[in-house]
Design a protein around this ligand. Structure first.
Ligand code: ADP
Ligand code: MG
Length: 589
């Protein structure tokens, strides 16, 4: 976390603790209490929608689960509030886990539709269960009492709910700034890349879905005791949309956006309900129309939400460098020089009628740099995708260190040390180069979500950062380390991809056109890095159009044309082969 973030957090906590002592009018205190509750739920939506790209209209149903559990257990079993919170969290987490496992594989607009479906189902369930008082709900709860203190509905409630909100925000910030957090931030735009770095993206999707539901559950628990009653109207689809609205208005890319969004929406809602009927001279839910118009305007002109206006006052977020004495990450054993590392046997891929890769076979031995060349469209990238499990094979077999890897997930193949870069750079644009590269080391760490939230991951995190920094320096990108990846020139983006792949400690590195966009000097530097890797026992498969580079660094070259194997040999053999001249060099020069 950067220093400015930490300072902001402490300042906000101080404000939360001071505010109840100020002479706030009861009306504003009540508004703030609601804002805190709403912000808690939209915090989860920022995580889901903004960070991970999963839109949910159903969060209100999880708020309802937390609220009903609290009310039912308190009224029927006489449970103390904290026990009802614990049970509420278990129930929301378990339900979210089940719903998440079933629906999160849906993509595009099917997922939001599914969230509407289960949101509605749960709403009608709450409204129809006799035990939950049907549409009248459950009434007559006592005010919140914690550890013998009457929290009540006023200042005490403000302090408790906002401190909880603050704690949850800090927890999520710690999470996002960690090994699992970087994987979560890759869910929106970088799933294929993350899988290729050994990340089980579906598991992280389910995890944050559960986390977001738990935040909603906490909010529901607070709401039940604040209103001293629950009924289904607060947990329907309308509220689900409103929570999403808060996150979008505030800014889905930033946890503070949830705070801001809840604040703006609540205040606006209230003011509009007061002023619109006077202006129009008739009563009705006119504020809904204004909200709709507002949402369209914000989506059009401020898609990053209102927070993007406030962002300019945030200090630059440079990570505090604390990894000087970090322990190095463990290295994997590499095959002895000359052993067969990769054995590709008659792999084939068809896209409809097009045979993109037609029974290609070749081998790579430990410590070799092998070039895979051929004109554009020859099937080189597809071959990469087949070897690394990014695409399923139509037929054929791939052996890595003697083990069959065909049919395995990309992430499992990557974890074994077969790591790649992409021809079209894949990165998380708003994350720093350092964090992007650290994703590469994902499979060399273990810390999970809880470890990150409770900061039990510090030593591992320092080791991961040290490794990322080492690889960034190795490819000569030290000056870019803290820049958002989006600011990099094309050539530098490619080098960053190489650094990311190197952070995974590859035994076999697959580079897809790494020199495209590099300047002459940078290409020579790249050649030097490749040779250095070779001397460390790393084997390399290189797809590249720069023939000088290929002929310079490769020990062996395989040539493809129109998806089929053309020939192979040493650089000089290949260069002199008339078939290659005709097919490849002929078209290139
Ligand atoms: P290269 O990397 O050698 O330039 P590719 O492997 O990218 O070639 O592509 C080989 C052929 O397969 C091309 O004709 C390309 O259009 C086709 N192809 C690649 N990926 C797909 C896909 N996902 N769907 C359909 N066709 C594809
Ligand atoms: Mg290609």
């Amino acid at each position: 976390m950067s220093r400015s973030t930490v300072r902001t957090l402490w300042a906000v906590l101080a404000l939360i603790l001071i505010l109840p002592w100020l002479p706030l009018p009861a009306f504003w205190l009540a508004q703030l209490n609601y804002i805190g509750l709403f912000a808690m739920t939209s915090l989860g939506l920022v995580l889901l929608t903004g960070v991970a790209g999963l839109t949910s209209f159903g969060q209100a149903a999880f708020v309802g689960m937390g609220a009903y559990t609290a009310a039912w257990c308190a009224l029927n079993l006489g449970w103390p509030p904290l026990s009802t919170l614990a049970l509420g969290l278990v129930i929301t987490a378990a339900s979210a886990w089940v719903i998440g496992r079933v629906t999160l594989r849906l993509s595009g607009h099917y997922l939001p539709l599914a969230t509407i479906a289960w949101g509605l189902s749960l709403y009608y369930l709450m409204g129809n269960l006799e035990a939950l008082g049907k549409y009248d709900g459950l009434n007559g709860l006592k005010g919140l009492e914690l550890l013998g203190f009457e929290v009540g509905q006023g200042r005490g409630f403000f302090a408790v709910s906002w401190v909880m909100l603050w704690l949850c925000t800090v927890a999520l910030m710690c999470l996002l700034d960690s090994r699992p957090g970087r994987a979560i931030r890759a869910l929106k735009d970088g799933r294929q890349m993350a899988e290729a770095m050994g990340v089980d993206t579906f598991r992280y999707k389910v995890t944050i879905f559960v986390l977001a539901a738990m935040l909603a559950g906490i909010s529901g628990w607070l709401l039940a005791f604040y209103q001293r009653a629950v009924n289904p109207s607060a947990f329907g689809l309308k509220m689900g949309i409103e929570y999403l609205f808060m996150a979008v208005v505030g800014g889905v890319n930033q946890l503070w956006g949830a705070w801001l969004g809840a604040f703006v929406v609540r205040i606006l809602d209230d003011q509009l309900q007061e002023w619109l009927p006077r202006l129009i001279g008739a009563s009705g839910s006119f504020e809904v129309i204004v909200f709709g118009v507002l949402l369209v305007l914000i989506l059009k002109y401020r898609p990053e939400g209102l927070w993007s206006w406030l962002k300019q006052w945030q200090g630059p977020s440079v990570r505090v460098r604390d990894w000087d004495d970090a322990l190095p990450l463990p290295h994997r054993d590499k095959a002895a020089a000359g052993e067969c590392v990769l054995d590709v046997r008659a792999i084939r891929k068809t896209f409809g009628g097009l045979v993109a890769v037609n029974n290609i076979s070749f081998q790579i031995h430990a410590g070799q740099i092998v070039g895979l060349i051929g004109p554009n469209g020859a099937g080189k990238s597809t071959t990469f995708n087949l070897i690394t499990g990014t695409l399923p094979l139509t037929s054929g077999e791939v052996y890595f260190n003697g083990q069959a890897i065909h049919g395995q997930h990309a992430r499992d193949i990557a974890r074994q040390g077969l790591v790649r870069t992409f021809q079209h750079v894949k990165m998380i644009p708003d994350m720093s180069v350092l964090d992007n590269v650290a994703i590469g080391a994902h499979s060399r760490g273990q810390s999970g979500v809880l470890g990150a939230i409770f900061r039990r991951n510090r030593n591992e995190e320092r080791s991961l950062m040290a490794e990322a920094e080492r690889q960034i320096l190795r490819v000569g990108m030290g000056e870019w380390m803290h820049e958002p990846a989006a600011n990099l020139p094309m050539g530098q983006q490619r080098l960053m991809e190489i650094a990311r792949a190197l952070s995974a400690d590859p035994a076999l590195l697959l580079l897809d056109e790494p020199a495209a966009g590099l300047r002459h000097q940078e290409k020579r530097e790249l050649a030097r890095v490749l040779r250095q890797l070779q001397s460390e026992g790393v084997s390399i498969l290189l797809v590249e159009h720069d023939m000088d580079l290929v002929m310079d660094v490769c020990d062996h070259i395989v040539v493809m044309e129109f998806g089929t194997y053309l020939t192979e040999g040493t650089p000089s053999q290949v260069q002199q082969d008339p078939k290659v001249r005709a097919a490849y060099l002929g078209t290139e020069h």
